[in-house]
Design a protein around this ligand. Sequence first.
Ligand code: BTN
Length: 253
Amino acid sequence: MNSKLNVDNIFYYQTVDSTNLTALKHFEEGAPSFSVIVAEEQKQGRGRLGRSWFSPRHNGLWFSLLLRPDNLSPENASPITLVTAAVLAAYFNEKINLPVKIKWPNDLLLGEKKVGGILTEMKAEQDRIIYLIIGIGINVNQQNEDFPNELRCKATSLAGESGIRFRCENLLPALLDELIKAYKLFLNQGFAPFKQRWEIYNVTLGRDISIIVTGVASEESIKGTALGITSGGALRLRDHRGVEQIIHSGEIK
Ligand code: BTN
């Protein structure tokens, strides 16, 4: 799959548990920043909030990027998920004419269904990020019957919505090119250069939503209108009392 990849450090696997976990092993062994870990198949693909991520052979792109930022504070790191979503959505819309949308914070949708997701994991000291691992899963060529029963009504693929079969070996280098350029810009200039692109492709802002926010010991559901996104990538929500809340992480139902 790696014939056209223009990346210095790519680790390519047929099968792994999870490319994020494999990226962590490479981090521990000293792999440099901007290393890419790609797998044909994940046996224990991981989603957000402890969920699993269906990652069969041949039909999708499952990969992770490892960053070792020189000088990034933990509070400035979180928009990287939104940067990733903005870059991917822009690529699919502008380069291959597929109307992929972003649902805050990390879902990529085609129509009402999820076509991709982003799992960002990090290790930080108090004022410095040690690593960021950005894991990206994109359903490329699955047909509806290829998904397990429980996913059929909520997952789709690029091919499932467009009727076009894509070549993963062409898509991956194009996406990596865009992402690596974007991460370099993000490390210099933060979220600002990406905010407008994120806003163009999101389906969250302006809607009345219900969001589950998980605390240390409890879960809270907050209802309100999604007003906007902060420069740090948090969601601005006007709740039923008219009070604006800033939500740093959560799941929109
Ligand atoms: C989500 O939407 O819940 C996030 C899904 C992220 C899936 C990708 S696939 C590549 C990388 N490795 C993993 O184990 N997960 C991410």
